[in-house]
Design a protein around this ligand. Structure first.
Ligand code: NAD
Length: 507
């Protein structure tokens, strides 16, 4: 089944992972083996970028940018429109490859490709909407306005868990904004990136476009470090762990570049006394167990009113036990494996730490005895002062905490260092509005009667505090990919100065 899919997507046994103004045949970096996390077996090999390959990628992106920035934005939108059409053609295959290489279930794999298509559609519209303001000038016969120009070559670092959608969040918007991009995907998921690059290559060659989207797969973090330190990349858009953000951000700041950070979360749902518990059960289950707890927005903490806690945990534990865990491409499976051996070991260490810190495992807590990296989804009765509750373990572990008053619940919710996604389940308008007010959730995403994960692309996506403050995808996120220019035009025949300043030698 997968051989055909790989073939249609242009994936061979050995693949170049570097694209400059075309594929570089024999890049000189370390070889990477992509594994199927459901079996632990190799899928294919990838040749990665050495420093001189990386140089070629940057140089061709710089060259491409010179023309692309002067291409009218709606014409740039046509490239993205065709890309969206090509992605539609490959939706099933590319979704399956995401499933094969990353381990998310087929419906989520296809959903991720749909997210790319949605980003393309959004960006096509955006290509006619890159507008600036006209501002009232204090000087007579003057016009003041702002306009937005392309930035240059944008570096994209992406995480393994959304191996293709995150690229589209960045690349589709960056392209209509007039930028070239260089993508360094996660070493965990190089094949999905190569498959996307084949699609990009096809569309841009058909349109005879310069290579505005480059690719530099790296075997580790070195390529990302080159990008962070590279003055030729005015913007680094980096998605991944808070540790990665802490490493990247100073390197970019050192050269006074811009960083757009989409980092880790420690997301919570507050379940109030008045919540619709049927709705909440479905919301909690998908948010905590979906993608095997490997979404940045996955639910980590459930903060339940003490009156509901015991009964709700019992229902939730029963639902957990009926989740079908298995090969993510198989019918009826709801939970696939974790990404790799290290992720499974990290989860098992976390379970041990939970026990040492006094947490009670309600269900799960084990690794499954089968090939691949399968674990049980786990519910823990915990307290907010357990240090592990404040950290993001990238695995399906849900901490259940209890509260008495809404103020206390909000305080618990905001007490962690990360600030990505949050939600409240309530049937009381006062509680919902309080949660959404300035004294409510401190996160970038705050939902009512919806779980923490599964955002639509139309909104700006991202989080506060250690999540990094970046916003991507919809709304006005495009502004991060452009430079603002304020222009004042004097159409009169005198030269009045702002603030009434007089500066005249008299003539
Ligand atoms: P990761 O931090 O290990 O890697 C992310 C990317 O950064 C990879 O391409 C990696 O090679 C690169 N990288 C890592 N450390 C680097 C360094 N020191 N210098 C240069 N490059 C470096 O993350 P991951 O394990 O792939 O993904 C999971 C993490 O990503 C979780 O913390 C999750 O919450 C977060 N994430 C956040 C968002 C968001 O939008 N906020 C989305 C997806 C994932």
């Amino acid at each position: 089944m997968f051989d055909d899919v790989l073939q249609r997507l242009g994936i061979n046994d050995v693949n170049s992972g570097v694209y400059a103004d075309g594929w570089i045949d024999q890049p000189g970096g370390e070889e990477l083996v992509s594994l199927n996390p459901a079996t632990g077996e190799p899928v294919a090999r990838v040749l990665t970028a050495a420093r001189d390959d990386y140089e070629r990628v940057v140089e061709s992106a710089q060259q491409a940018f010179r023309d692309w920035r002067m291409t009218p934005a709606p014409v740039r939108g046509e490239f993205v429109r065709r890309l969206g059409m090509a992605l539609r053609e490959h939706k099933r295959d590319l979704g399956l490859l995401v499933t094969l290489e990353m381990g998310k279930i087929q419906s989520e794999g296809e959903g991720e490709v749909q997210e790319m298509i949605d980003m393309c559609d959004f960006s096509v519209g955006l290509s006619r909407q890159l507008y600036g303001l006209t501002i009232a000038s204090e000087r007579p016969q003057h016009r003041m306005m702002e306009q937005w120009h392309p930035l240059g070559v944008v570096g994209i670092l992406s995480a393994f868990n959304f191996p293709v959608a995150v690229w589209a969040w960045n690349a589709a918007v960056a392209a209509v904004c007039g930028n070239a991009t260089i993508w360094k995907p996660s070493p965990q998921t190089p094949l999905t990136a190569i498959a996307v690059q084949h699609i990009v290559h096809r569309v841009s060659t058909e349109m005879k476009l310069p290579p505005i989207c480059g690719l530099a797969v790296g075997a580790g973090i070195e390529t990302g470090q080159w990008m962070a330190a590279d003055e030729r990349l005015p913007l680094i858009s980096a998605t991944g762990s808070c540790d990665m953000g802490r490493a990247i951000s100073p390197a970019v700041a050192q050269r006074l570049g811009r960083c757009l950070l989409e980092l880790g979360g420690n997301n919570a749902i507050i379940l109030t006394e008045t919540a619709d518990l049927d709705l909440a059960l479905r919301g909690v289950l998908f948010a905590a167990v979906g993608t095997s707890g490997q979404r940045c927005t996955s639910l980590r903490r459930l903060i339940v009113h003490e009156s509901n806690a015991d009964a709700f945990v019992e229902r939730l534990a029963n639902a957990y036990k009926s989740v079908n865990i298995g090969k993510p491409w198989e019918e009826g499976v709801l939970m696939g494996p974790l990404a790799n051996e290290r992720a499974a070991e990290t989860m098992m260490q976390a379970v041990e730490t939970i026990r040492n810190q006094g947490g009670e495992i309600v269900c799960g807590g084990n690794r499954l005895d089968r090939p691949g990296y399968f674990v049980e989804p786990t519910i823990v009765r915990a307290t907010a002062d357990m240090p592990i509750v404040a950290t993001e373990t990238f695995a399906p572990i849900l901490y259940v905490l209890t509260y008495k008053t809404l103020d206390e619940a909000i305080e618990i919710q905001n007490s962690v260092a990360q600030g990505l996604s949050s939600a409240i389940f309530t049937d009381r308008m006062q509680e919902a509005e309080r949660f959404l007010s300035p004294i409510g959730s401190d996160c970038g995403i705050a939902n009512v009667n919806i779980g923490t994960s599964g955002a639509e692309i139309g909104g700006a996506f991202g989080g506060e505090k250690e999540t990094g403050g970046g916003r991507e995808a919809g709304s006005d996120s495009w502004k991060a990919y452009m430079r603002r220019q304020t222009c004042t035009i004097n159409w009169g025949d005198s030269l009045p100065l702002a603030q009434g300043v007089e500066f005249d030698v008299g003539s």
